[in-house]
Design a protein around this ligand. Structure first.
Ligand code: 13P
Length: 338
């Protein structure tokens, strides 16, 4: 694909309702997912699972980018084809998770700071040579009684801006992912406040670091009630408050916002995205970069068995199509049973 600039790469990934398949689970996280279906997390099983996903028919037209883990970007399919070639053949771009996970903050151990800036320039140079066109870094903000602290937010957002600078220098599009965790019993209003402080700090840091916003994608969490909240906000409330938060803090020239699913069910994540696109009134593309919400039904159908591959691929294809429709505001619950 001849995409020559960061702007072109970013626009391509979210063109015409397309979104991102997040398949960048680290080996321990992949282990947890495989535990849930009783499959051992070996290098070969991880390869087989991801090869199955990337060969799904529904990748085409619905998925514009796939985020990979270091192991996967170097792997080959059973027949020897590099996995990134399978992705390219589906009309999607390969990307790479470059952060190295979380470390507790010394002054506030309940909170964390994402690691991975050391040696990042060199790693990016290699990933770009292998074929990655974009990168991802996840910052995590936890809500609790007296957290998050402003200092935790600012440190994490500065790290995202420092990462973005290095990634753009290496000709890849940075996905900046500030995840406000759903864990907890907080209200949707509290999630709104924390999301607002986080996004405001993020765009401040990106601006100070002179990041090319047109060559950047934002991967935020939606504004929702905590997963253990007594009263759960409904779809319309989630859509309205998420959009309000984004409209107040995200510049219009950002090409795309691709949400994470963060523990929402697959249909819930689709319904929220669709509701926001039906409301409209923004210039960015509003799309998806789901991990669990795209993969869960496929994982459950697969169970590590070759005879289940077709069913698992159908499950992924269906979710990919449903989410593309949602990214265009064209989804409806009745489509789920077709
Ligand atoms: P979920 O959609 O499962 O939250 O995963 C997206 C992701 O890439 C988290 O970093």
């Amino acid at each position: 694909m001849s995409l020559n600039s960061l702007e072109e790469i970013a626009q391509f990934i979210v063109a015409e309702g397309k979104g991102i398949l997040a398949a960048d689970e680290s080996n321990p996280t992949c282990g947890k997912r495989f535990d849930s279906i009783g499959v051992e997390s070996t290098e070969e099983n991880r390869r087989d699972y991801r090869e199955m996903l990337f060969r799904s028919l529904g990748m085409k037209n619905n998925i514009g980018g796939v985020i990979l883990f270091d192991e996967t970007i170097r792997q080959r399919a059973k027949d020897g084809t590099p996995l990134i070639e399978l992705i390219n053949n589906q009309g999607a771009l390969p990307g790479i998770k470059v952060d190295k996970g979380l470390e507790p903050l010394q002054e506030s151990p309940e909170e964390s700071l994402t690691q991975g800036l050391e040696g990042l320039d060199e790693r990016c140079r290699e990933y770009e040579k292998i074929g990655a066109r974009f990168a991802k870094w996840r910052a995590v903000i936890r809500i609790g009684e007296s957290i998050p602290s402003q200092s935790c937010i600012d440190k994490n957002m500065q790290a995202l801006a420092d990462y973005a600078k290095i990634v753009q220098k290496n000709k890849m599009v940075p996905i900046v992912e500030p995840e406000v965790l759903m864990d907890g019993d907080h209200s949707i209003e509290r999630c709104f406040e924390v999301s607002r402080s986080t996004l405001s700090s993020l765009f401040n840091c990106l601006d100070k670091n002179s990041i090319n916003i047109k060559g950047t994608l934002l991967k935020p969490s939606m504004v929702t009630s905590g997963s253990k909240a007594g009263i759960k906000a409904d779809i319309d409330e989630v859509a309205e408050l998420t959009l309000k938060c984004l409209k107040e803090n995200v510049p219009n020239n950002l090409p795309g916002i691709t949400f994470l699913s963060g523990g929402q069910s697959d249909v819930e994540a689709t319904a929220h995205l669709d509701a926001m696109n039906k409301i409209g009134g923004f210039e960015w593309k509003l799309s998806f970069s789901y991990g669990r919400a795209l993969q869960q039904p496929a994982l459950k159908a697969w169970l590590g068995k070759e005879e289940n591959i077709k069913d698992a691929q159908r499950a992924l294809s269906h979710r990919a199509l449903m989410n593309r429709k949602a990214a265009q505001g064209l989804w409806d619950l009745s489509l789920e049973s077709n």
